[in-house]
Design a protein around this ligand. Structure first.
Ligand code: UDP
Ligand code: MG
Length: 311
């Protein structure tokens, strides 16, 4: 029988884990596949780990892995994907926002020959207008800046075939923008649509600050366009400054120059200063990223593991 591993990143989800496991178990039991679950505890501090150890001890098809600290969801997923050696792997959130009941539809598309089957939500209920607007802006921007056509309204919930997982495993970059990486590997990809529910318990770890960082991460990992943008802005503003200079010079030559022009001088200085700082910041973002990559640190450390007994 083909084997399926469900990878679940977990960070402080004790409140919802028992319900999640029960629902997932029910789905896996009905699938005509040899299904197992692999929880990755991303350094939780709320008792998620003892709970997971209990689940793994009581269920031969469940395993758990604990990272040495909180490395972030991307690293936790990577740890799970590194361990999974099944024919297909599903990545799903623990908070029940991704309904486990969708897994059979994902599997069906995989059986039909797709390598990456992602779950796309049909509504964004419970999200503010501002959130929707910023997210639309982000996807639009990403498409413009990189050649990557990331599916919209799609999280990390998806199924990957063995060769897709093996491809992902080769991408060891430290700046892991998973949504982009999933798309970047290529192969045959398709969507399955679903209704995303609000979180069942606990609270989201995302806020606008983290989302903004994620967006910068996404852009800088897949595009060097902002660096080029700095060049263009520089060229444009120096061209404008040159024209303005001609005008000032001509005016002074024709009509003389009583000492005026403090405001325009200030505007020019401040504007150019701002542009220069912005360009420096952009360069800094990329430089910082190459610095982090150059250290070649491992993506995570494992503190304890309890793999499904089949291993
Ligand atoms: N998560 C994680 N490490 C983190 C933050 C989150 O492993 O540092 C897990 C979390 O337990 C959940 C999933 O990633 O299973 C999605 O997190 P969350 O629900 O907070 O994100 P949202 O659904 O709001 O995008
Ligand atoms: Mg969530």
């Amino acid at each position: 029988m083909p084997r399926l591993t469900v990878v679940v990143p977990v960070y402080n989800e004790a409140a919802v884990l028992p319900a999640f496991h029960a629902r997932l178990r029910r789905v896996l039991d009905e699938l005509p596949l040899d299904g197992e679950v692999l929880y990755v505890d991303d350094g939780s501090q709320d008792g998620s780990w003892p709970l997971l150890e209990g689940l793994a001890a009581g269920d031969p098809h469940a395993g758990a892995l604990r990272l040495s600290r909180n490395f972030g969801k991307e690293a936790a997923m990577t740890a799970g994907l590194d361990r999974a050696d099944a024919d297909a792997v599903v990545v799903i959130d623990a908070d029940l926002q991704d309904p486990p009941e969708l897994i059979p539809s994902l599997v069906e598309q995989w059986r039909a020959g797709f390598d990456v089957v992602y779950a796309t939500r049909t509504t964004r209920a419970g999200e503010t207008r501002f959130k929707r607007f910023t997210s639309a802006l982000f996807y639009r921007g990403m498409e413009r800046l990189s050649d990557l056509h990331m599916p919209r309204d799609t999280g990390d919930f998806r199924l990957l075939s063995r060769r897709a997982v093996e491809a992902l495993r080769q991408l060891r970059e430290r700046q892991r923008f998973m949504k982009g990486l999933f798309t970047w590997i290529g192969y045959r990809q398709t969507a399955v649509y679903y209704l995303r529910e609000p979180r069942q318990a606990g609270r989201t770890k995302w806020n606008y600050w983290r989302l903004l960082q994620l967006a910068i991460e996404g852009v800088t990992s897949f595009s060097a366009a902002p660096l080029r943008m700095a060049t263009w802005i520089g060229l444009l503003s120096s061209a404008l400054a040159f024209l303005y200079g001609l005008w000032v010079f001509g005016k002074a030559a024709l009509y003389g120059d009583p000492v005026h022009g403090y405001p325009s001088l200030m505007v020019a200085i401040l504007f150019l200063g701002g542009v220069q700082l912005l360009a420096l910041g952009v360069i800094g973002e990329y430089l910082g990223r190459s610095y982090l990559e150059s250290k070649q640190r491992p993506l995570y450390f494992v503190e304890a593991e309890r793999l499904p007994t089949r291993h």
